[in-house]
Design a protein around this ligand. Structure first.
Ligand SMILES: *Cc1c(COP(=O)(O)O)cnc(C)c1O
Length: 403
């Protein structure tokens, strides 16, 4: 059978999508997967031969390329090589893996930590290991896709509550049988909206109804708390989260994911979570880079202050121009456009003026809430942010997003 000639359901599905991408490309409105030739610190990139201001980075503290982190990665290659012989359970755990896990647990004020090769596989594996059929997972409606996928994979009953709505979280908890396994899971800082979870109330409700609490700190480590330790420090709470999950690929300029918590929890995951047992360990260079990065965060606290100042400066400027930035209080700044077309047009205008910023459209965000998802980092200077604000404001008027 000639595959390309068939008109089956799978082919139609693929064609529907590739047609959409092709049309965007033809109209110079496709901005994803761009070729980045060089990363110049946290604030600038060279794309297609053009130097642009970087407003799409998750490296909030501007640590990518930090000399101390680069040196640690290079030394680890010299010592261990580029790979790990396979899975840690059988091929052996490198001393640098243990060192990183100790660094993470100290940073997060827990007894222990375990690492995985991505944040995505961490959520998938940890949720599906801890929860199963007959159990209940309660998830914020705006949680990251990897959380949703982990919940679905677990086979547990999956209940969602309206974003950051503590009344609805309580009603969901009230509806559950008393003696079942329950897990409440949420992002600490929401990746598309930039707002912060009401952690104190969430903790109170979990205790009241006997539920475990898992928080994804992908966007809160380095952004929240005076020393960048995350959402607990932000609210002045210490070790109130049962499962503290995070990624090593955003503020931490490496790759990987982790869970920090009680030593029994970590011991269980080390022997039961399939992404740990059946997948190769983090490479030495990435492990050492992550390990050094946590130390840099503690040694260079000015970075946290600067990213907070930059976030505030950017949000205030956009609001003053008349943009809707939703409820963000962090360096993740949604610039609401409405329709997909408007979000693409605003992106195009920004990119033509050398701002590397990307749109997020439905279905990644609800219909009618298409936006630029702009970020600032500790590497931006206020004058650069002012330039960006000028470009976005002018384009907003030209396109009728601003009145
Ligand atoms: C990016 C992200 C992840 C996935 O982390 P990776 O290390 O990139 O796989 C998980 N959760 C949230 C909230 C994220 O933003």
């Amino acid at each position: 059978m000639d595959f390309h000639a068939t008109d089956d359901a799978v082919t139609r599905r693929i064609n529907f999508f590739t047609d959409r991408v092709m049309k965007l490309r033809e109209n110079d409105l496709y901005f994803y997967n761009q070729p980045v030739e060089e990363i110049k610190g946290g604030a600038r990139v060279i794309v297609n031969g053009r130097e642009m201001g970087m407003y799409a980075s998750y490296g909030y503290l501007g640590l990518l390329g930090h000399p101390r982190i680069n040196a640690a990665a290079k030394a680890a290659i010299d010592k261990f090589g580029t790979g790990t012989n396979g899975v840690r359970t059988l091929a052996g755990s490198l001393t640098i893996h243990t060192e990183l896990e100790e660094t993470i647990s100290a940073f997060k004020h827990t007894e222990a930590a375990i690492t995985y090769t991505s944040g995505y596989s961490t959520n998938l594996s940890v949720i599906s290991t801890l929860m199963g059929r007959g159990d209940y997972v309660i998830s914020d409606k705006l949680n990251h896709a990897s959380i949703v996928d982990g919940c679905l994979m677990s086979g547990a009953e999956f209940r969602r509550f309206k974003h950051n709505d503590m009344g609805e979280l309580e009603r969901r908890l009230q509806q559950l049988p008393g003696d079942v396994a329950k897990l409440v899971v949420a992002d600490a800082v929401f990746s598309m909206d930039g707002d912060v979870l009401d952690l104190p109330k969430t903790v109170e409700l979990c205790r009241k109804y006997g539920a475990w609490l898992m928080i994804d700190e992908a966007h809160s480590v380095g952004l929240l708390g005076k020393t960048g330790r995350g959402i607990e420090e932000h609210f002045g709470l210490d070790d109130v989260i049962d499962i503290k999950m995070g990624t090593l690929s955003k503020t931490i300029p490496s790759v990987g994911g982790y869970v920090a918590g009680k030593k029994e929890l970590v011991e269980y995951l080390r022997h039961a979570s399939r992404a740990y047992i059946f997948s190769a360990a983090l490479p030495p260079a990435q492990t050492a880079a992550a390990n050094a990065a946590f130390k840099v965060i503690l040694d260079e606290p000015w970075r946290i202050e600067k990213v907070c100042d930059n976030g505030r400066h950017f949000i205030d400027g956009l609001k003053k121009a008349g943009f809707d930035t939703m409820l963000t209080t962090t360096a993740i700044v949604p610039v609401l456009c409405g329709t997909d077309e408007r979000a693409f047009a605003l992106t195009q205008a920004c990119q033509h003026k050398d701002l590397f910023v990307l749109p997020v459209v439905s279905p990644a965000v609800p219909e009618g809430q298409s936006r630029l998802r702009a970020t600032v980092t500790a590497a931006h200077e206020p004058a650069e942010i002012d330039y960006a604000l000028g470009v976005i404001e002018k384009a907003g008027h030209d396109l009728g997003i601003l009145q």
